[in-house]
Design a protein around this ligand. Structure first.
Ligand code: BG6
Length: 512
């Protein structure tokens, strides 16, 4: 397919992104689960890069809390070794590491051990003096959600955290919680009841790292910074939409975690639905947290809930062939590693437009993208009907990762004397246009939290509506023993997913 490169005026970019941002506040970040997988792979490397780019507040300290954290020096050594493996840049810069290491502290203790919280409190007093953190505390729960209630209860008992009616009260305490937030709507509501007993909503930051991805944020700039799209962004012009989050990797040693989550709780209820919400929400009045989250919440509320009997007709479940061989997975596991579904948004803008959602591991490639498939041309002007049927409808693709960018597929005359018509793709690539790779999502989100900007964090109602949408799917799958299709590693997914679309005359965009 010919590709015509779009000239991007990169000099316009600074104006688009120049909304003044508050400086992050001085604070201590207390990381529960600092010896865990998430801290090792994402959070600590993100902090290291923030130190490297001088983006962290000058008055900052990291306090790791976990049962096996050891002494300060043991923790520093461990984090240093793990950084070697997981930093997005290597080798590790010694000067940067030294700066970072000098503000890392350890507090050993179990989540429910009140005495350990007394040690934590003492340590926080010390770092406040040593690093000038001003009593601002950012608690990051990088632990299984089953530990959240115990941590919150002990933080409250030891008076390390207090509800603040007003967001601008100082010193502040904020809590970042990681998905999966509960196992279903009921357990999420239980968790919410616990957080409400300790904190105000504005103190709770529900992190979804997809919202920190540059290209996910660009969905809003693309939609609302360009006047040409809004008139087309509805059921009158869009035939259907596909949202794909495909991964080539398997569960990567996280078998026992994955056995409890499966694809729906792991990425559909959160990442995929957040992307869907940004792509389909109404224009907000401004770009602040209140408005944007209101608009997303409305869409998530409008997602059609399926009745149990409808699930088998709308959803395909899959599992990659050697999943049973993963450590921590039982031989008879029915945990789905793949889901494809047809969803509808029952509102004025999207009524009747199918949204095909697909997510899975062990697939042909790592691709996250959204494609908007426009309606076919209404009448044929170029030769016979057969020629016209060969003109593919316009497709607008938002590539979230990798090769971040946007492409538009349009029809064009093929050079020559006849009336040959072919398809061409206009392509905008982030890396080419801006000559730099987008920063890691966790870096952006950590800073936002230190600034007190919750725009890119999920609000309680959004998460509730998302659970409301996926709960019937999970319930039907688990109760009715719906079929689970096995697919080979590196495949496009199970063939039943193709049938799901072909029934309505559609086809998946290949995962390539
Ligand atoms: C995480 C999931 O939230 O997102 C993982 O738990 C998944 O299973 C990961 O691999 C994908 O994130 P990214 O940023 O690599 O697309």
């Amino acid at each position: 397919m010919p590709n015509s490169r779009v000239q991007v005026q990169t000099e316009l970019a600074p104006r688009l992104t120049s909304r003044p941002q508050r400086e992050p506040d001085a604070c201590a970040l207390i990381l529960f689960g600092i010896t865990g997988d998430l801290a090792r792979r994402k959070i600590v490397p993100a902090l290291y890069h923030l130190v490297a780019s001088n983006a962290l507040p000058e008055n900052f300290a990291l306090v790791g809390f976990s049962r096996s954290v050891g002494e300060d020096s043991a923790l520093r050594q461990r984090l240093r070794e793990e950084l070697e493996q997981h930093s997005r840049t290597t080798p590790i810069d010694e000067a940067v590491w030294e700066r970072f290491a000098s503000c890392i502290y350890a507090v050993p203790g179990a989540a429910d051990d009140l005495v350990a919280y007394a040690r934590l409190s003492k340590k926080l007093d010390e770092v406040a003096i040593q690093h000038g953190t001003q009593g601002n505390h950012l608690f990051y729960f990088a632990t299984p959600s089953s530990a959240f209630p115990a941590i919150l209860t002990q933080l409250k008992k030891s008076e390390l955290i207090t509800p603040r009616r007003k967001a601008d009260t100082r010193p502040w305490s904020r809590v970042i919680i990681e998905k999966p937030l509960g196992q279903d709507l009921a357990s999420f509501q239980d968790l919410t009841a616990v957080t409400r007993g300790v904190l105000e909503e504005h103190q709770v930051y529900r992190i979804d790292h997809y919202l920190g991805k540059e290209t996910v944020q660009n969905i809003l700039v693309f939609r609302f910074g360009n006047a040409i799209f809004e008139p087309l962004w509805n059921r009158n012009h869009i035939d259907h939409v596909q949202i794909t989050m495909a991964e080539a990797i398997g569960v990567e040693g996280r078998g026992s975690f994955y056995e409890e989550t499966g694809v729906v709780r792991d990425v559909v209820q959160n990442h995929l639905l957040q992307v869907l919400a940004l792509c389909t929400m109404e224009p907000p009045v401004d770009f602040g947290p209140y408005e944007i989250r209101n608009m997303k919440s409305q869409v998530l509320r409008s997602l059609r809930r399926l009745h149990p009997g409808e699930v088998s007709d709308h959803v395909v479940w899959g599992q990659y062939a050697d999943y049973h061989e993963e450590p921590g997975v039982t031989g008879d596991s029915r945990t789905p590693t793949y889901l494809a579904m047809r969803a509808y948004i029952d509102n004025w803008r999207w009524n009747g437009v199918p949204f095909y959602l697909r997510a899975g591991k062990g697939l042909a490639n790592r691709v996250t993208e959204v494609s908007f498939h426009f309606r076919s041309i209404p009448t044929c002007l170029f030769g016979d009907e057969a020629t016209c049927q060969m003109i593919p409808p316009n497709v607008l693709k938002l590539r979230i990762q990798p090769n971040e960018g946007i492409s538009l597929h349009v029809a064009s005359k093929v050079p020559g004397e006849g009336q040959g018509v072919g398809g061409v793709t206009m392509d905008f690539s982030y890396a080419e246009a801006f000559a730099k790779t987008p920063p890691e999502a966790y870096e952006r989100l950590l800073l936002d939290c230190m600034r007190g900007d919750a725009t890119l964090f999920a609000r309680v109602d959004e998460v509730e509506f998302s659970w409301e949408f996926v709960d019937p799917l999970l319930a039907a799958y688990e109760a009715e023993q719906l079929p689970l299709s096995v697919y080979e590693r590196g495949a496009q997914g199970p063939p039943e997913a193709d049938e799901l679309l072909s029934r309505s005359g559609h086809q998946w965009v290949p995962i390539a």
